[in-house]
Design a protein around this ligand. Structure first.
Ligand SMILES: [Mg+2]
Length: 302
């Protein structure tokens, strides 16, 4: 029999592996339309690499890389330090990642120039999904913390590049869904009820009216696609296949759906052939970070 704590850590590992698997699966079809995906793959459901980044099989993109940079900062400092996180992101940018988002690049260049990690000027224009895609370490570190601590901790990584209210709202909702999964909530309708209640104050994210195909990097479209796939399927595998076959920003919809569905369905629900394809160095880092952050979480300074 596993203890409650062991089960919790297993779900945290599943969320981390889910993120990486979704990123790796989606990267192949990023920027393709659903029609192009059907033409080329029928249904895209294997981790095969390629895509516009010409990735080797099992490679991941900025979504997982930035999450790992953020996770390492939390582990190293035992805190959520905007300065340390900005430095970790900056070090990552120095590796010349080919798939760095425009908003992320702009935010990190601003940091290089000013040495101020947090951008205090709200950007009303650019509500991209670049903060939401990398928030998993924050979600793990803030498990069972107050909403105030969660929001403030999220801001310290998000506002380095995405000082935007829509992005903040989306991040907070995704963290809440991950927390429900970590708690062992097994009823999909209960999670859906939380999202639907949130829509009353965040109506832009309404996802029940129009099917979202080809979602852009706009956080609203990204989450609409993720919610539609997560709430209209009943397994990790179905959810991930559904979301990446919508094309568009498929690595990021895959990554966000992967962390939510990973926490909810657990590690055994992640197809073994996907886990085996994942770059072993990446899956090891994901697993180790998930375990360390969960073990550290009581000591973290927020
Ligand atoms: Mg990416």
């Amino acid at each position: 029999m596993q203890t409650t704590e062991e089960l919790l850590i297993e779900r945290a590992v599943a969320a981390y592996l889910g993120l990486a698997v979704g990123d790796a699966l989606g990267a192949t079809v990023e920027f393709m339309t659903p029609r192009e995906i059907i033409y080329q793959y029928g249904q895209h459901k294997e981790i095969i690499g390629g895509g516009w980044l010409k990735l080797p099989v099992g490679s991941i993109t900025d979504d997982t890389q930035m999450s790992l940079a953020l996770g390492q900062s939390i582990i190293n400092t035992k805190s959520i330090s905007a300065q340390s996180i900005a430095e970790a992101f900056n070090e990552w940018m120095k590796t010349n990642p080919p798939d760095i988002g425009l908003t992320v690049r702009r935010g990190l260049l601003r940091y290089r120039k000013t040495q101020q990690p947090i951008d205090l000027i709200e950007d009303f224009q650019c509500a991209g999904n670049g903060a939401c895609m990398r928030l998993l370490p924050i979600a793990l570190a803030t498990f069972e913390q107050s909403s105030e601590i969660i929001k403030n901790a999220n801001l310290k990584h998000a506002h380095i590049t995405h000082p935007n209210a829509l992005s903040d709202a989306a991040c907070y909702m995704v963290i809440q869904l991950i927390h429900l999964g970590l708690k062992g909530e097994k009823n999909l309708e209960d999670l859906q009820r939380v999202v639907n209640e949130w829509l009353e104050t965040n109506p832009q994210f309404e996802y029940r009216k129009k099917v979202c195909q080809n979602p852009s990097a706009f956080i609203v479209e990204t989450l609409q696609a993720v919610f539609q796939s997560f709430f209209n399927t009943t397994s990790f595998e179905e959810c991930l296949i559904d979301v990446v076959n919508r094309g568009g920003d498929a690595d990021t919809t895959g990554a966000i759906a992967g962390m939510i569905a990973g926490a909810f369905y657990g590690k055994n629900a992640i197809p073994i052939n996907w886990l085996e394809k994942l770059n072993p160095n990446i899956s090891q880092q994901c697993e180790e970070q998930a375990i360390k952050i969960m073990q550290l979480r009581q000591q973290i300074v927020f």
